[in-house]
Design a binder for this molecule. Structure first.
Ligand SMILES: [Zn+2]
Length: 206
């Protein structure tokens, strides 16, 4: 039974907000990035209290308004940016959303070089995730596109040189938008190999 406020509405003591250890552990899970859009949350949230209280919002994957019994379930917490958390709010589609910690969530989306995102064909969970978290919102798309293209500039300069392997081109540390970047690296690499055995033609990013 949850305590009720004066109007009889369920009241959730905000442990996830108040306790620095909870915040730190949740932030650590997605390396300080939003678990949904992989933005650095520090850029959208001031973070009060220094190192003890990492910035960002604790997002209830299953909204506590609809699933009160999961308000304090550890596997229901993810670090979210204000954009994703605010856009999703209390929504919950019949089939749910793509869990950021299950399988290979990045492979369920198509990331274009210009930063646009689409759900994979026929993947209803992915479609709802793009739509309800606003993963295609303009500023996010722009930042994602810039991150993808700046890395691809580097990939295209090195592709075709002797001894360069795909593994050398992929981002192996968690950085902002690394899922989207790596998917594009793989695509560019595969296309480059199909076209010419010698050297891929560099395409200028806009
Ligand atoms: Zn986000």
């Amino acid at each position: 039974m949850l305590p009720a406020d004066q109007r009889g509405k369920a009241h959730f003591p905000q442990v996830w907000r108040a306790d620095a250890r909870v915040r730190q552990a949740i932030a650590e899970m997605s390396h300080g990035f939003c678990a949904y859009c992989q933005s650095p949350v520090s850029s959208t949230h001031p973070g009060k209290g220094g190192e003890d209280r990492p910035p960002g919002q604790i997002e209830h994957f299953r909204p506590k308004a609809r699933f009160p019994a999961q308000a304090y379930a550890w596997d229901n917490y993810f670090l979210g940016c204000m954009g994703c958390n605010g856009t999703k709010h209390d929504k919950w589609p019949a089939g749910g959303y793509v869990r950021p910690d299950e399988g290979k969530p990045g492979s369920r989306f198509v990331f274009e070089e210009n930063g646009e995102i689409k759900a994979c064909e026929g993947d209803e969970q992915a479609r709802c995730t793009v739509e309800d978290f606003g993963l295609g919102r303009p500023w996010l798309t722009q930042h994602r596109g810039t991150a993808i293209r700046s890395h691809l500039d580097f990939v295209r300069r090195l592709m075709g040189r002797p001894g360069i392997q795909l593994q050398d081109m992929l981002i192996t540390r968690p950085v902002a938008f690394s899922e989207a970047i790596n998917q594009n690296v793989r695509r560019v690499w595969a296309n480059g190999r199909q076209k010419k055995p010698s050297r891929a033609r560099p395409r200028r990013a806009r």
